[in-house]
Design a protein around this ligand. Structure first.
Ligand SMILES: Cc1cc2nc3c(=O)[nH]c(=O)nc-3n(C[C@H](O)[C@H](O)[C@H](O)COP(=O)(O)OP(=O)(O)OC[C@H]3O[C@@H](n4cnc5c(N)ncnc54)[C@H](O)[C@@H]3O)c2cc1C
Length: 151
C-alpha cells in the first residue's frame, strides 16, 4: 500500500489530516489493529527521510489552526517527541540502551516467532502483517514484543 517518495508521504499526511480528519480522533483510535486509518501511517516515510517530524508537526499545527486543537491532535506530536527521544537515546547510549539483554540468537522459537508460525493466530497474524507489508500497528508491536519476552 505504500508508495515511496516525498510526494506520496505528503499525500498520505494531507489525506489523513484534511480529508479523514484523523487528528480529531487519533488518541482514541491509535491503538487499533485492523484498518488503514486508525493511525497516521506515516512511519515508513519518516524512517526513509521522505518526511520529517517537523513537517508532520507543522501540518498538525496548520490543521489545528483550522479545526481547533485537542488532546487528540496534540497526541500525534507527542508520539513524534517519543520518536525523537528514542533516536537521541540510541545515539547516546548505543547498545547499552538494551541493558544486559542480548539480541535474540536464531533458534526454533525465534524463527517461529519471526516467521509467524507459532501456532497462536493473534501473534502469527501480526508477524505475517509485518513480514508482508513492512508495517505493524503500535498495539500489535507491543503484543508480539511481549510475547517474545515470554518464550
Ligand atoms: C515493540 C515496539 C517496537 C517499535 N518499533 C518502532 C520502530 O522500529 N520504528 C518506529 O518508528 N516506531 C516503532 N514503534 C512505535 C509505533 O509502533 C510505530 O511508530 C507505529 O506503529 C507506526 O505507525 P504510524 O505511523 O501509523 O504511527 P502513529 O500512531 O500514527 O504515530 C505517528 C508517528 O509517531 C511516532 N510514534 C508513534 N508511536 C510511537 C512510539 N510508541 N514510540 C516512538 N515513536 C512513536 C512514529 O514516528 C509514528 O510514525 C514501536 C513500538 C513498539 C511497541
Amino acid at each position: 500500500m505504500y508508495r515511496g517518495g516525498e510526494s506520496a508521504a505528503h499525500a498520505r499526511l494531507n489525506d489523513y489530516l484534511w480529508r479523514l480528519r484523523g487528528a480529531a480522533t487519533y488518541k482514541k483510535t491509535r491503538n487499533g489493529l485492523l484498518g488503514a486509518n486508525f493511525s497516521t501511517r506515516v512511519s515508513p516515510w519518516l524512517a526513509r527521510g521522505c518526511l520529517s517530524a517537523r513537517q508532520v508537526n507543522d501540518a498538525v499545527k496548520a490543521w489545528e489552526a483550522e479545526y481547533g486543537s485537542s488532546e487528540s491532535s496534540y497526541w500525534i506530536t507527542f508520539e513524534l517527541l517519543w520518536r525523537e527521544y528514542f533516536i537521541r537515546a540510541a545515539e547516546l547510549e548505543g547498545p547499552k540502551m538494551f541493558g544486559s539483554r542480548q539480541p535474540a540468537k536464531p533458534c526454533a522459537a525465534f524463527n517461529a516467532w519471526r516467521n509467524g508460525t507459532t501456532g497462536l493466530p493473534f501473534v502469527d497474524a501480526a508477524m505475517l502483517e509485518l513480514r508482508y507489508t513492512g508495517w505493524l500497528s503500535n498495539r500489535a508491536r507491543q503484543n508480539v514484543a511481549s510475547f517474545w519476552l515470554t518464550i
